[in-house]
Design a protein around this ligand. Structure first.
Ligand SMILES: *Cc1c(COP(=O)(O)O)cnc(C)c1O
Ligand SMILES: [Zn+2]
Length: 439
């Protein structure tokens, strides 16, 4: 890759070839970061080139992505592989929503409009292309839901198999998406951390392509395209603030990297401040910033399942993004998230899942506390679509509480033969995976 210099360890500085699928530092185990040759990219990614581009997807910015030339081509026919269109979601100037929270220049970036309805599609597109290029036929990840459904969708489009580990609390809409896309679903009777560990053990044992954002440094490279789009949609300007929800920390790290990339190639002339929003019931990243202490694990007490991450795996990158951007932290209650869902819907026609609206909820709170100047240029990033989690939307709209229909119930009803409901234990999983119908 002429545009990429190396994959560099953030801890010890060791350099690795970014063409191979190196995930963590072979010397110290630290996470890697992809470093680009900005001088080379500068002449190939100008305002003029971008403005005349007819590619309205993340591949518009291929010069700033870790993709081998030709990796997107079918090996047999030399044509572009079938791919879902990820990226280029709309940026709306939302005056009524701005007025409701006392901001004069508010925009909403609706990433719920991606092909499988969340921002995660940006990362999964990169994962699927790199998996194919590495000669893998199966991709896998653990996820609270959206990473999983996006990976399963991208894999289906490209003829890859997928094995997905979800904690059993994953909303049924997201699990349904997985089964629609033909994934093998392993629903783990435990929390996200237990799900993650089981997936890591299985991925290692079976040699699948690993789309766990915790260790795969190429994923935040996909997520950063959301910042490229925000800046381009604002006429190659950086906003003053970007508000978004934080779980594992990969998204906020990607958002920050995106703006830094654009600054480095001269397409914007300043950087935004990030507003990191977490749920009060699960805010290990924000708590570390507020107490100026290392990240300590927390319980996962929030209905915003996509950001209920008690042990964030990209915590250090997230802390660095908040620090370097002179960022702001805001923690919100579930009630504030549900109120933000209603306000977003009512004032702008944007329907967000709880984690998707949490960024907006944090912005409402920060604006009320006068922490954001009223004429600042602000972008609220909506990360996932509300139709994925109807039960929460029913709570938000005060419809009668939905009947419990968790994965356990669905499984008992013979919902799908591809759905394995299991304790977090490799010894139980192994014999099941030997069955010819899996993965
Ligand atoms: C994954 C996700 C987030 C948070 O991203 P992290 O990388 O886990 O911090 C926020 N909102 C939605 C809808 C998500 O799916
Ligand atoms: Zn290292």
């Amino acid at each position: 890759m002429r545009n990429v210099k190396a994959a560099v360890c953030v801890k010890c500085g060791a350099e690795f070839d970014a063409g191979h699928d190196t995930y963590t530092c072979a010397k110290c185990g630290g996470v890697l970061e992809i470093v680009y040759d900005y001088e080379y990219i500068k002449s190939r990614l100008t305002k003029e080139i971008l403005t005349s581009s007819k590619d309205f997807s993340i591949w518009r910015y291929i010069e700033l992505l870790p993709i081998e030339e030709g990796a997107r081509l079918s090996p047999l026919r030399g044509e572009l592989r079938c791919m879902l269109r990820a990226g280029w979601s709309p940026l709306y100037k939302t005056e009524a929503l701005g007025e409701a929270m006392g901001l004069k220049n508010l925009h909403v970036k609706d990433d719920g409009l991606n092909p499988t309805s969340s921002l995660k599609d940006r990362a999964s597109a990169i994962a699927a292309v790199r998996a194919l290029h590495a000669g893998k036929d199966t991709v896998a990840c653990s996820s609270t839901g959206n990473a999983a459904s996006s990976l399963a969708g991208a894999a289906a489009a490209m003829g890859l198999k997928s094995v997905i580990f979800v904690p059993e609390r994953a909303p049924i809409g997201k699990v349904t998406q997985l089964l629609m896309f033909g994934a093998t679903v392993i629903s783990v009777k435990g929390n996200y951390e237990q799900t993650f560990r089981l997936s890591a053990a299985a991925i290692e044992k079976y040699g699948w392509y690993n789309r766990n954002a915790a260790v795969n440094p190429y994923l935040s490279e996909g997520k950063k395209t959301v910042s490229f789009e925000i800046a381009e949609q604002l006429g190659f300007n950086s906003p003053d603030y970007v508000a978004l929800s934080v779980g594992d920390g990969c998204t906020i790290a990607g958002v920050w990297k995106g703006f830094k990339d654009l600054y480095a190639v001269g397409l914007i002339d300043k950087l935004p401040r990030l507003i990191s929003v977490q749920a009060e019931g699960c805010c290990p990243v924000n708590r570390a910033i507020e107490n100026n202490s290392p990240i300590e694990w927390m319980d996962e007490n929030t209905l915003a399942d996509s950001i209920a991450v008690g042990a964030p795996r990209n915590g250090d990158k997230a802390l660095a993004a908040i620090d370097e951007s002179n960022g702001i932290t805001v923690n919100v209650s579930d009630e504030e998230i549900l109120a933000a869902m209603r306000l977003l819907g009512k004032t702008s026609g944007v329907f967000a899942e709880p984690a998707g609206a949490a960024g907006t909820a944090g912005l409402i709170k920060a604006a009320k506390q006068k922490r954001i100047p009223e004429d600042a240029l602000v972008v609220s990033l909506v990360t996932g679509n509300g139709l994925k989690d109807i039960a929460s939307a029913q709570l938000a709209t005060k419809l009668p509480a939905p009947k419990a229909a968790g994965i356990g119930a669905a499984n008992a009803a013979g919902f799908s033969s591809r759905l394995i409901h299991i304790e977090p234990d490799m010894d139980l999983l192994n014999p099941l995976l030997l069955h010819p119908q899996y993965p």
